[in-house]
Design a protein around this ligand. Structure first.
Ligand code: CP
Length: 312
């Protein structure tokens, strides 16, 4: 079997077979990561470039570590320390990297659709590491992997996504991925942070956190993305926390064994109280750990796909 997709651009259009194949492969990668010697030769001779036009800790570092653990050559380009700061366009930068022989380019960019654009202009496989408010597919894959590790499968689960849905690429990718794998998804947030198109996605929309988390198996809290917000979407951060922060009192509305997740970075005391972050129901650290396994799986499957294509 090989991945149908040459690029990882989003979960909206990714075949369900590919989603399952990536999640299965990540199980093997997690075993590699847990072994005393994490190094494998699978990406020897391959070059991976991370091209980040927005800040990142988890996504960028986990891709870099994934590449190194599998013996690839890797390089990072960020907008502030490269010729992007001199005005070079995204396509010109990517073509330059492509000409240096990159096999996979991993892009984070503030513009929705930037990864799709790149994939049409270079030979390398493109992985979307977050494109504006559109998608963050590798985050949703690691979220689903973390859920499956704990709950066994996604089908039949009730998942609540809470907070700034409007600006969240994580929410969009999770909504596509979770509903396609058979979960029931509730969303809740201030009315001004709920996009109109939600009604077309099959999720249930609630205006209070209590209704949305009632009896759910998983809660995914989202970061308030002040960097993408126009002013006036909610009165103050304190007001937001008063109605939508998940604290121990509110947590009682969910199932006893509910998983609490957050893509990070967390604004402590705003999306989640510190006591909730630090409970044993919190899987935030596990999500970070699993991010490396998912990204190893993606790099492995994309380069293996290329090899299959050459031998077919
Ligand atoms: N979750 C996430 O994308 O985190 P970073 O911005 O640190 O990569």
């Amino acid at each position: 079997m090989k991945l149908k997709s040459k690029h990882i651009l989003g979960l909206r259009d990714m075949p369900v077979e590919d989603i399952n194949y990536i999640l299965d492969t990540a199980k093997t990668m997690k075993m590699v990561l847990k072994s005393p010697n994490k190094k494998t030769p699978h990406l020897q001779g391959k070059s991976i470039v991370t091209l980040f036009y927005e800040n990142s800790t988890r996504t960028r570092v986990s891709f870099e570590l994934a590449a190194k653990y599998m013996s690839a050559s890797s390089a990072n380009v960020s907008s502030s320390g490269s010729s992007v700061a001199k005005g070079e366009t995204l396509i010109d930068t990517a073509v330059t990297i492509n000409m240096m022989g990159a096999d996979i380019v991993i892009l984070r960019h503030p513009m929705a659709g930037s990864s799709h654009l790149l994939s049409k202009n270079i030979n390398a496989s493109v992985i979307n590491a977050g494109d504006g408010m559109n998608e963050h597919p590798t985050q949703a894959l690691l979220d689903m992997f973390t859920i499956i590790e704990k709950k066994g499968c996604v089908k039949g689960l009730k998942v609540a996504i809470i907070g700034d849905i409007l600006h969240s690429r994580v929410a969009r990718s999770n909504i596509w991925g979770l509903t396609r794998l058979g979960a029931e998804v509730n969303v809740a947030g201030p009315a001004t942070l709920l996009p109109k198109e939600l009604c077309k996605t099959g999720v249930k929309v609630f205006s209070t956190i209590h209704e949305a988390i009632l009896d759910v198996d998983v809660i995914i809290a989202l970061r308030i993305q002040t960097e993408r917000q126009k002013s006036g979407l909610f009165p103050t951060i304190r007001e937001y926390a008063r109605f939508f922060s998940l604290d121990e009192k509110r947590l009682k509305f969910a199932s006893n064994d509910v998983m609490i997740m957050h893509p990070g970075p967390v604004n402590r005391g705003i999306e989640l109280s510190s006591s909730v972050i630090d409970t044993n129901q919190s899987f935030i650290d596990r999500q970070v750990e699993n991010g490396v396994a998912i990204r190893m799986a993606l790099l492995y499957l994309l380069t293996r796909r290329e090899k299959n294509e050459n031998t077919n």
